[in-house]
Design a binder for this molecule. Structure first.
Ligand SMILES: C[S@@+](CC[C@H](N)C(=O)[O-])C[C@H]1O[C@@H](n2cnc3c(N)ncnc32)[C@H](O)[C@@H]1O
Length: 284
């Protein structure tokens, strides 16, 4: 992996990042990791990410839910299978094409809508939802966490709930794996105006596809910044769990697979929060 640092024009980030995701979505949909065939053949099958949080998600029956940055729809359809009436939002038309194909093949009624996150209330309706779900590689694509928190609050009706499972900002701040095995803090923990600019050819599923659109602009947001942004947007924090596992091999060569299919660093995993699940409700 290589990460380039320079001051980039903010205007570029959407086009660059959308190109990156458009390029990868078909390979993701074709991969074993996203398990499209399992979704089609087993109507009770849930994505790994949703299955991990079933005890915390609770009963979703009848809730109107929106999944921000829904990618190819596997988590969105899983939430529908838990009883919610779901809408998925993403800015990648190619990812949404794959999501609609999966919905058609599984008989899902999820409505997939093309929109930038920051424009989601205009695209799908202010105050129209009981549940906003997001996560696992979502917040790092957004330059301004406070603006995102206002979007979440605007989408929800009073008492509505936000549910996030996300990579921990401490994990995002670490240097790439080193031969000496040390965990080194190399990249921003706090949100900065300028993006981290990456040029990275691969992806997180197993695939032979060679990608052409590889430059991305990303931002980290500290846990305190995320929580404060939500509080200031009119949300109350109701749950926060930091996990010592992550759904993908985030530090290749330094991690082992654990019982539930997640990954954990082999050496003293108690040093590092890998991911977190956060819940908040909109104040009345
Ligand atoms: C890592 S994927 C999310 C993965 C998801 N948790 C999953 O595994 O299905 C990130 C998604 O965010 C979307 N995205 C990135 N920036 C966005 C933006 N500004 N507005 C809407 N969607 C965005 C991308 O198109 C991509 O589908």
């Amino acid at each position: 992996m290589s990460r380039l640092w320079h001051r980039a024009r903010m205007d570029d980030y959407r086009a660059l990042n959308r190109g990156f995701w458009d390029d990868r979505a078909p390979a993701h949909a074709a991969s074993n990791d996203y398990a499209f065939a399992r979704f089609v053949h087993d109507p009770g099958f849930l994505s790994h990410v949703v299955r991990f949080d079933v005890p915390r998600l609770g009963d979703l029956t009848g809730l109107r839910g929106v999944h921000l940055q829904c990618h190819i729809g596997t988590d969105t359809i899983s939430l529908e299978r838990l009883g919610a009436v779901m809408t998925g939002v993403d800015f990648s038309p190619v990812a949404l094409g794959e999501a609609r194909t999966l919905a058609e093949r599984t008989g899902s009624a999820v409505d997939f809508v093309e929109s930038d996150v920051y424009a989601a209330p205009a695209a799908v309706g202010s105050g129209a939802f009981d549940l906003v779900f997001t996560g696992v590689g979502a917040l790092c694509w957004l330059p301004d966490i406070r603006r995102w928190a206002h979007v979440v609050a605007e989408l929800l009706g009073p008492g509505g709930r936000l549910f996030i499972r996300e990579g921990h900002p401490m994990l995002w701040a670490l240097a790439d794996p080193r031969p000496d095995g040390l965990l080194v803090v190399e990249y921003p923990y706090f949100e900065r105006e300028e993006p981290s600019v990456w040029d990275e050819g691969g992806t997180y599923v197993e695939t032979d596809v060679v990608f052409e659109q590889n430059v991305t602009h990303e931002w980290n947001h500290g846990l305190g910044e995320i929580i404060t942004a939500l509080l200031d947007a009119g949300m109350s924090l109701t749950a926060l769990v930091e996990h010592d596992t992550v759904p993908w091999e985030a530090l290749p060569g330094q991690m082992e697979r654990v019982d539930d299919g997640e990954w954990r660093i082999k050496d003293r995993p108690w040093r590092l929060p890998h991911t977190y699940t956060l819940q908040a409700v909109k104040r009345g």
